[in-house]
Design a protein around this ligand. Sequence first.
Ligand SMILES: C[S@@+](CC[C@H](N)C(=O)[O-])C[C@H]1O[C@@H](n2cnc3c(N)ncnc32)[C@H](O)[C@@H]1O
Length: 224
Amino acid sequence: MELTARLRALADLVPQGARLADVGTDHAYLPVWLILHGKIQQAIAADLREGPLARARETARQYQVEERISFRLCDGLTAVYSHEVDAVAIAGMGGDTIAAILDAAPWTKGKRLLLQPMTAWPSLRAWLQSNGYQIEAERLAREGSRLYSVWSVTGGAMAPLTLAELWVGKQQKADPLRGPYLEKMAGKVRRALSGHLVSRQRDEGQIQMLTEVLQGIEEMQKEL
Ligand SMILES: C[S@@+](CC[C@H](N)C(=O)[O-])C[C@H]1O[C@@H](n2cnc3c(N)ncnc32)[C@H](O)[C@@H]1O
């Protein structure tokens, strides 16, 4: 089994021997790959919906690791318990959904979290910061023209972040994909800013915020 670059970046951040819960597992490629490669011995694969969980079971059956995985049909971590896991992966979901899942399971502050939000990066970073979590490492992964940011998070105090750092993070400064990532994020902010500037109902607060974010990202690009 080959993992995509995004899932491989997540896999690399899973601690050796961890008891992993993969929330929103869908096809369960992450836990199955980790078991096949001897990085973990067992896992919980959880999903909100029957269809994805059936896919997860099918992958586990195909690779003959079904007995090593406990399958849970549940919203977030509602059927996963603190004493069962050392690490929790939540990938391929919106940042707001990830924040809601963690909010409902405060025990996750005592675990290693591997997060890969598809959207709402600034609000998820801000949520983590104000709820007692810190981002210890970030990795970037490229799949075709898409770039993904993968975070390793634990409980603890996160150093203050500038507005631009809330958008693009500050834990992947040495990553070879940092340049393309900053360019991509600057493009997103420019497009959002242009939308606000031509809007009939100008939101001056948003315009000021996005302008500051863009200036911050451009500074980071100069420093690179
Ligand atoms: C795009 S897939 C991501 C699959 C895999 N984690 C990955 O990154 O490749 C998102 C999965 O999350 C599940 N999901 C969405 N909201 C969820 C929630 N609140 N709790 C558990 N699973 C959820 C969906 O059913 C879907 O299977």
